[in-house]
Design a protein around this ligand. Structure first.
Ligand code: GLN
Length: 488
């Protein structure tokens, strides 16, 4: 099916109506989603009502904006007024959002059409969607394998043409890693570039909402629409209001691309390494200068992330107490029993693990040893990037050290699961933007599985990584390949 650009042109030239476009997405959902399970809920009625309105505007000669009439899927931790928002948790099973997230308001203003809510790891904790209380999403390239996570549903929905673009959230890699594992493009913007208002918080100093698309261009179009200051989120604001799209084709001639020495670790899949090396060569061919850089504190990234993230998560999840939102335990005899049982029944294993970890590192006796130390290392890691960006315009790494793994392979070993984020968490620690772009395939069990490379940029310089990714997609075709869904 279409990219945002192609759908926009089709609608503008009246090759198909908006109703037909939305119908095509729901037909594809009917065909594949019983198996893929990218969606947790559909907003069909709302989608067709909007489509009718847009078709009417088209018939009156209205000139369409780029996102007008474009079907988009939304991760189920982002609020759409009147629609469920479960964050894939049992504790929010019956929760219906009472207001719109700022990104939803912005996309609505652009005329985008929402198809439904996509699956995720519970409260966005995980790298495989296996932590969803409603069952995992399957990888469209091999349904025995995970789509990555936590935004696995949003990535799979784009890869399967169930939608044209989607929104996810990224706290430690949850947009980039599933984008890599599903063969689509995904952008985590700079911390503060996009409002978090209406995103169910995981770790507030890391969380960012960002787009998935089939191309860098599509991701840019959605990013342009959702970014900008928001009075509802005091950490948002410094992003320039100017559109990035006009700068997308500036090319990479003379650009300096950094390759961090510390990212070529033992344990990285050799076939993935080869794909990334080939991408580096392609950039050389396109006229970029490749420079080796050092990010000396990289080896502390996971430890730092898995101290600060649970600390913030445990605070954020304290609000789910059985009183205000979602699940309340029945037949309790005391207030404390209501708290304990509502939370015990409502949260899954990973949420409980992180609440315990977070409470532990914040406890009076351990705060200095863990949380405070981690914050110091966070400052050092941020400085590493600042210094590297004095030498280079952007940094290229693999997105994931491993190809999509088989269901169950890592779920009982949290440390193995956390290792999936080894290349992505640093961007959230430092607050810089990062994007995953398809850069090849590996063969496993006779199936082709996608590989992604990660481009990291300076704070609020999404334009450079987007232009760098776009240049690559002009001379390669990895991003145009789609999984064969005929056996579903
Ligand atoms: N996989 C990482 C985690 O479990 C990142 C999650 C995310 O980015 N939301 O925390």
């Amino acid at each position: 099916m279409y990219t945002v650009r192609e759908a926009h042109e089709g609608l503008s030239k009246k090759e198909f109506s908006c109703h037909e476009l939305v119908q095509e997405c729901f037909d594809q959902i009917d065909r594949v989603d019983k198996t893929i399970h990218a969606f947790l809920a559909y907003t069909k009625e709302q989608a067709f009502t909007r489509a009718a309105r847009i078709d009417e505007k088209i018939s009156k000669g209205h000139v369409l904006g780029l996102l007008e009439g474009i079907p988009i899927a939304i991760k189920d931790n982002i609020l759409i007024s009147g629609v469920q928002a479960t964050a894939a948790s049992r504790i929010l099973k019956n929760y219906v959002a009472s207001y719109n997230a700022t990104v939803i308001e912005k996309l609505e203003k652009e005329g985008a059409i929402f198809l439904g809510k996509t699956n995720l790891d519970e409260f966005a904790m995980g790298s495989s969607t296996e932590n969803s209380a409603y069952g995992p999403t399957k990888n469209p390239w091999d349904t025995n394998r995970v789509p990555g996570g936590s935004s696995g549903g949003s990535a799979a929905a784009v890869a399967t043409d169930e939608c044209i673009a989607s929104l996810g959230s990224d706290t430690g890699g949850s947009i980039r890693q599933p984008a890599a594992l599903c063969g689509v493009t995904g952008l985590k913007p700079t911390y503060g570039a996009v409002s978090r208002y209406g995103l169910i918080a995981l770790a507030s100093s890391f969380d960012q909402i960002g787009p998935f698309g089939k191309t860098v261009e599509d991701v840019t179009i959605v990013f342009d629409a959702i970014k900008g200051a928001d009075p509802h989120d005091s950490s948002s604001g410094r992003a320039s209001a100017d559109s990035v799209l006009p700068h997308l084709s500036r090319g990479v001639k003379g650009m300096k691309i950094g390759i961090p020495r510390e990212y070529f670790i033992e344990g990285i899949d050799a076939d993935i390494q080869k794909c990334v090396d080939d991408a580096v060569m392609e950039y050389q061919r396109l006229g970029a200068e490749i420079i080796s850089v050092s990010l000396p504190h990289t080896s502390y990234a996971l430890a730092t992330y898995y101290v600060i993230m649970p600390a913030e998560a445990s605070s954020n999840l304290a609000r789910f107490d059985g009183m205000r939102y979602g699940h309340t335990a029945q037949d309790t005899r005391s207030l404390i029993e209501t708290y304990v049982r509502s939370r015990s029944e409502g949260f899954g294993a990973e949420a409980k693990r992180r609440i315990m970890l977070g409470t532990y590192v914040l406890a009076a006796g351990y705060y200095d040893a863990y949380y405070k130390q981690a914050q110091k290392v966070r400052a050092l890691m941020t400085r590493d990037f600042r210094e590297a960006f004095l030498q280079v315009d952007c940094i290229l790494t693999p997105t994931s050290p491993v190809a999509p793994f088989v269901f169950g392979e890592k779920i009982d070993d949290p440390l193995q699961m956390y290792l999936a984020d080894i290349f992505t968490v640093s961007a959230n620690i430092a607050g810089i933007p990062g994007m995953s772009v398809p850069c090849g395939f590996v063969m496993r069990d006779g199936k082709e599985l996608p590989v992604g490379m990660q481009l990291l940029g300076k704070h609020f310089d999404e334009a450079t990584i987007l232009a760098t990714g776009h240049a690559y997609q002009q001379t390669t075709d990895w991003h145009t390949r789609r999984p064969s869904l005929t056996s579903l």
